[in-house]
Design a protein around this ligand. Structure first.
Ligand SMILES: Nc1nc2c(c(=O)[nH]1)N[C@H]1C(S)=C(S)[C@@H](COP(=O)(O)OP(=O)(O)OC[C@H]3O[C@@H](n4cnc5c(=O)[nH]c(N)nc54)[C@H](O)[C@@H]3O)O[C@H]1N2
Ligand SMILES: Nc1nc2c(c(=O)[nH]1)N[C@H]1C(S)=C(S)[C@@H](COP(=O)(O)OP(=O)(O)OC[C@H]3O[C@@H](n4cnc5c(=O)[nH]c(N)nc54)[C@H](O)[C@@H]3O)O[C@H]1N2
Ligand code: SF4
Ligand SMILES: [Mo]
Length: 706
């Protein structure tokens, strides 16, 4: 920072729930307002590039609708009538409600609930410290990563992989089930380098022609939930055409002969019928992989948000093992680097006070849980009180009708700590105003790269806003919860975390801005063996080992896991279309939003315009629908209204709705998640957001939905 300059620049890290966790340069204007945000160009993953929504962060930080006052509900739940109260009184009321719930039904009647609105470890995970000390109900965080991580680890045995920067050194880049242009722009930076410097080819596997697919040399636009069929056919061809590396397979994999035999029937014709892809395209894809040692597969989350998603991820990762692509720099399959950091969160999360006999409740099943479903409550008490930080379940959680019914319960107390009046905050009894990342200290780690980054407090928050850490410590004081972590500042927590984890200390991190934690080549490429005791990749994983970490008596795998296929296969666990629900709906991300975040910024709203559903023109014609018509989509769980957009960028029978819009942006007030299901996906839970059988009908009258 240069104090003489009228505009100073601070370093930070993007806190949002995005694999890129960009290193940021933040302009701070002379009046202490935040100016432009830019990608740090010295950081070799961020490489100077960030998304447009965060570049314009000042819009969000200085937004006129930002919450700055504590609010107490006046009328009925969700009515929107509030009275301002002091922050101290608000914390008192929350503490009293927690004590009331605990007195009535025991400590498990309190359910602190958070997710990754900020990925900062101090501000995100600190609520767990209060939870563990007070023995409140646990949260099984299942909404995002479960199928993807499980599927990847089923084969490799660890959540690591080739250095993500090696995409730039690949000769074939496969972007699979992630709309990287929208959801993790830096992947495109490195893929573009590979194309420019090496003439690398780009293959994109998705269910519609999104911005990423438009850049592909080979665009594989398949039916939702059919990726494992594509993977199997690709591997069938690799074995058939002599591209399987048998030396590698014998050394590094379990049962390769059995697997090759299993694939004999998985012909391109078979896969074409399932995926809707042309046989020639499947052949071309396999031929390119077969002749390109440096094939880098960047496996995303999108293709795992189906009831067979873990199997799909595992199947795709198997391709790199069949060819032995893992051996090469610029080769292999990368999904997430969560396994490289070994961070000791004992102090932040109060792990020294964790009692595994306290029940864990499934985050994605918040609807059934709040509605009192006994199996979900595990024989324990109903939820009497909640504090929600960094997440917007009234909007983003599946099976919204049940979530709504749950939040409307009169005997449920809900406090929401938020930056904006979200759909969830609207249902609260008490709302507390929250700081934004440039207003508090925190530490971040990248899922899509290999850095630990520091994000210091750069500007003062609006008066009245509290950090998550302040709320947690303020409640701990009122509730008589004792732990050394409640007496520490955010900076002290960061310093403790780094030292305990063997990553130096805060002073060093602050000076260097980030720590490159990338393991060496041999380890990252599994050349010393995969993450199983025998070092072998699993073509036939033991799916049952992914038991949910619940109480001992129900520590078993979730969903219909016993019927998971032994080897990669097309597993028909998806919600197939039928006569009553003839379309398959994918609820893909919008470029200008991040889940429900940024739907409040003027530029985000302007770019995305309104909630729309993309339908193939021939399907629209058959259903007598025209561009711009208001339609109602109905699934087995609920209904949601959007406007028709004609688009031939997906197969017939597939519908795409981009973005999790505020519920109120939909005519009728029901959001997109009224359509999605909360049933736990096998074998380790999760929500199948892109796996919905729906019907579509014109919606002429603006009649209320219920
Ligand atoms: N702009 C923006 N960025 C985001 C987010 C956002 O909402 N908007 N969300 C953030 C979060 S929390 C996460 S977890 C990441 C997730 O980022 P991604 O890994 O990109 O995952 P998704 O956003 O679920 O979906 C990505 C793509 O998967 C496709 N897809 C859906 N079903 C299938 C299928 O069956 N097969 C195949 N091959 N493709 C399929 C969708 O069409 C979509 O293009 O992005 C983060 N970044
Ligand atoms: N239909 C459909 N639904 C989906 C998805 C989908 O693809 N389709 N994606 C799913 C996925 S992958 C995910 S991860 C979930 C994510 O869903 P959420 O976890 O709800 O994520 P966001 O919508 O980004 O909401 C985060 C909230 O945290 C608040 N926040 C941010 N920083 C802070 C802070 O420091 N303190 C406090 N107190 N609050 C803060 C923001 O204002 C925002 O309202 O949504 C899921 N829902
Ligand atoms: S690409 Fe992702 S990590 Fe980077 S600035 Fe945008 S939201 Fe943040
Ligand atoms: Mo996510």
């Amino acid at each position: 920072m240069n104090d003489m300059s009228p505009v100073r620049t601070g370093n930070s890290a993007c806190p949002h729930d995005c694999p890129s966790t960009c290193a940021l340069d933040v302009e701070i204007l002379p009046d202490e307002r935040v100016g432009r945000l830019r990608g740090n160009s010295e950081n070799d993953y961020t490489a100077g590039v960030i998304c447009a929504k965060v570049a314009r962060y000042s819009e969000r930080l200085h937004h006129p609708d930002r919450l700055t006052k504590a609010l107490k509900r006046k009328g009925a739940k969700g009515d929107g009538a509030w009275q301002e109260i002091s922050v101290e009184d608000a914390l008192d009321e929350i503490a009293e409600a927690f004590v009331r719930a605990e007195t009535r039904h025991g400590s498990e009647a309190v359910w602190p609930y958070y997710y990754a609105g900020t990925m900062g470890l101090v501000q995100r995970d600190g609520l767990d410290r209060l939870r563990h000390v007070k023995r409140y109900s646990g949260e099984f965080g299942s909404i995002c990563t479960n199928m993807a991580w499980t599927g990847y680890m089923a084969g490799t045995g660890s959540l690591t992989g080739p250095d993500p920067r090696e995409i730039a050194k690949a000769d074939l880049v496969v972007i699979w089930g992630t709309n990287a242009v929208a959801t993790q722009v830096n992947v495109m930076t490195h893929a573009t380098t590979a194309r420019k410097t090496r003439g690398a080819k780009l293959v994109v596997v998705d269910v519609y022609e999104n911005a990423t697919m438009r850049q592909a040399d080979l665009a594989l636009c398949l039916r939702p939930g059919t990726d494992a069929a594509l993977s199997c056919a690709v591997m069938h061809i690799l074995f058939r055409d002599g591209h399987a590396d048998w030396d590698y397979l014998n050394r590094y994999s379990d049962r390769p002969q059995d697997f090759a035999r299993h694939l004999e029937e998985k012909t391109p014709e078979w896969a074409s019928a399932i995926t809707g892809l042309a046989i020639e395209d499947i052949e071309t894809f396999a031929a390119w992989i077969g002749k390109t040692p440096k094939t880098f597969m960047r496996l995303g989350y999108g293709f795992t948000r189906s009831r067979n998603g873990a199997v799909a991820m595992h199947a795709a990762s198997c391709i790199a093992t069949v060819t032995g692509a893992w051996r090469h720099e610029g080769g292999g399959a990368f999904h997430n680097n969560g396994g490289i950091y070994h961070l000791d969160e004992t102090m932040i999360a109060g792990l020294d006070r964790l009692d595994t006999s306290v029940r864990m409740l499934d985050q994605s099943r918040i609807g059934p849980i709040l509605c009192g479903n006994e199996a979900d409550l595990k024989g324990g008490p109903p939820i009497g009180a909640m504090l929600i930080q960094n997440t917007n379940p009234m909007n983003v959680a599946p099976d919204q009708e049940q979530v709504r019914r749950g939040f409307l319960r009169d005997d449920l107390f809900v406090a929401v700590h938020e930056q904006f009046m979200t759909d969830t905050a609207e249902m609260a009894d008490i709302v507390l105003p929250a700081t934004m990342f440039l207003e508090h200290d925190d530490i971040y780690k990248g899922g899509g790269h290999q850095n630990i980054l520091f994000g210091p407090k750069l500007v003062d928050p609006p008066q009245g806003c509290l950090t998550n850490h302040q709320v947690v410590t303020g409640l701990a004081k009122r509730l008589g919860a004792e732990h050394p972590g409640f007496a520490m500042s955010a900076r002290e927590h960061i310093d403790w975390l780094l030292k305990a984890s063997g990553w130096g200390d805060l002073a060093t991190l602050e000076k260097n801005k980030w720590i490159d934690c990338q393991p060496g080549f041999e380890e990252a490429h599994y050349l010393k063996g995969f993450g199983y005791p025998d070092g072998k990749f699993r073509f036939a994983p033991d799916w049952g080992r992914f038991a949910a970490p619940n109480r001992p008596q129900d520590g078993k795998a979730l969903g219909p896991w016993e019927s998971l296929p032994e080897f990669p296969d097309q597993w028909e666990a998806i919600e197939t279309a039928d006569e009553a629900y003839p379309f398959r709906l994918v609820t893909a991300p919008a470029r200008s939003f991040l889940n429900s975040t940024f739907s409040e910024t003027p530029s985000g709203k302007a770019r995305e315009k309104r909630p729309e559903v993309m339908i193939h023109p021939r399907d629209a014609e058959a259903a007598h629908l025209n561009e711009g018509d208001l339609v109602e989509l109905t699934s087995r769980r609920g209904a949601c209204r959007l406007h028709v957009r004609l688009s031939d960028g997906q197969q017939r029978g597939t519908l795409i709705a981009e973005g999790v819009w505020p519920n109120s942006a939909h005519q009728g007030g029901r959001g997109i998640n009224a359509l999605t299901g909360a049933d736990a996906v096998a074998p380790y839970g999760g929500a199948a957001f892109h796996d919905n059988a729906v019907r579509i009908a014109p919606c002429v009258a603006a009649a209320p939905l219920d």
